[in-house]
Design a protein around this ligand. Structure first.
Ligand code: UFG
Length: 340
């Protein structure tokens, strides 16, 4: 299949592109490189030995997008482009609504003009807000209790895509609701490279382990969870990438939401200990106040992905820690320097 990947140079995108190429799909990436690096795509070429088309552009430039759709002629679009920092979205909400909604609106219009009717969208478990039940099913309540603009843009994108699908009976859209992606490609050549101090747990832990940050702040230890720290469903980014490849097989008209997670919850301290075991020493941490907007626990029901595509996460938490640590050790400063 010919697949256009928006945001394909980022953390998740580079792994998705790698797995698409490994399955002999032809890929073109459009990315503005605002939070990613062209070096990531170079390394995808090294890993796969295959070419990836690339256009540096803002997806909201409809003329550029239209000309790519015309010349590349994709069968499907995987739409990952967007801003993703929860904390930044609280400070710059208008920017988040502008980028995350207009990219999708322009993409849908351009796909309509070009007659392309298959979309896989990068959504998030954040759409479930405060969980109404655990595990979270695709049928669980969405939209209630989302605590930040970033999360609301994901939810609004789901609504926009569903309305678009309802108005275009042949349109097929998959909403992939990611839980917490961690890990890296086993080569250690690509991985997560946050531009600023990481918001997310796993890159923060590896940056402490490599000596870039002094200690982890554990946000609260009095939640109603087995050890009092927050519980999440950490899914290996390679499994997540394989989930996108599986989603491409989906041709049912209409909109289908699918969780991508492992179905297992892991606490902050459990994850920290799993990393310590891999790194071979204690990783320093301090318990601090809970982070506003965090929920106590969230993990996925993963039955739907298994039932419709036979997809399930196959890599363990320990493998994710090994791979994340290899990436961080080999690239202590991310993509900004050659691999060690
Ligand atoms: N945590 C810490 N210290 C840190 C960072 C995180 O203790 O420095 C804790 C959090 O309190 C939480 C857990 O680690 O309990 C995971 O936090 P993350 O920030 O890594 O992930 P979140 O679950 O808060 O959010 C992530 C993504 C969102 C996405 C959401 C989907 O950042 O984009 O998963 O569930 F929407």
């Amino acid at each position: 299949m010919r697949v256009l990947v928006t945001g394909g140079a980022g953390y998740i995108g580079s792994h998705v592109v790698t797995q698409l190429l490994a399955q002999d799909h032809q890929v073109h990436v459009i990315d503005d490189l605002s939070n990613s690096s062209i070096e990531g795509l170079r390394r995808v070429r090294t890993i796969t030995g295959q070419e990836v088309g690339f256009t540096r552009a803002d997806l909201r430039e409809k003329d550029t997008l239209t000309s790519i759709l015309r010349s590349f002629g994709p069968d499907a679009v995987i739409h990952l482009a967007g801003l993703k920092s929860v904390s930044e979205s609280v400070v710059r909400p208008a920017l988040y609504y502008n980028v995350n909604l207009n990219t999708t609106l322009v993409l849908l219009a351009a796909m309509g003009d070009a007659g392309i009717g298959r979309l896989v969208f990068s959504s998030s478990a954040t759409v479930y807000g405060v969980p109404s039940e655990l595990p979270l099913r695709e049928t669980s309540a969405v939209g209630m209790g989302i605590t930040n603009p970033y999360g609301r843009t994901k939810y609004m994108n789901e609504l926009i895509i569903a309305d678009h699908a309802a108005a275009h009976p042949d349109f097929s859209a998959v909403l992939l609701r990611y839980f917490n992606p961690i890990g890296a490609h086993p080569s250690g050549l690509i991985g997560e490279d946050p531009a600023q101090i990481p918001n997310n747990l796993a890159p923060y832990v590896t940056q402490v382990a490599v000596g870039r940050l002094p200690y982890l702040q554990v946000f609260g230890d009095e939640y109603d969870t087995p050890d009092g720290t927050g519980v999440r469903d950490y899914v290996h980014v390679m499994d997540l990438a394989d989930g996108h490849v599986a989603a491409l097989s989906h041709s049912d008209a209409g909109v289908t939401a699918v969780n991508l997670g492992t179905g297992r919850g892991t606490s902050v301290l459990e994850l920290l200990h799993a990393f310590s075991a891999v790194v071979g020493r204690e990783i320093p941490y301090r318990i601090v106040d809970p982070r506003p907007g965090d929920v106590a626990a969230a993990w996925a029901d993963v039955a739907r992905a298994r039932a419709i595509w036979g997809w399930e996460a196959s890599r363990t938490l320990s493998e994710a820690c090994v791979d994340a640590w290899r990436w961080q050790r080999q690239n202590p400063n991310g993509f900004s320097a050659p691999p060690a």
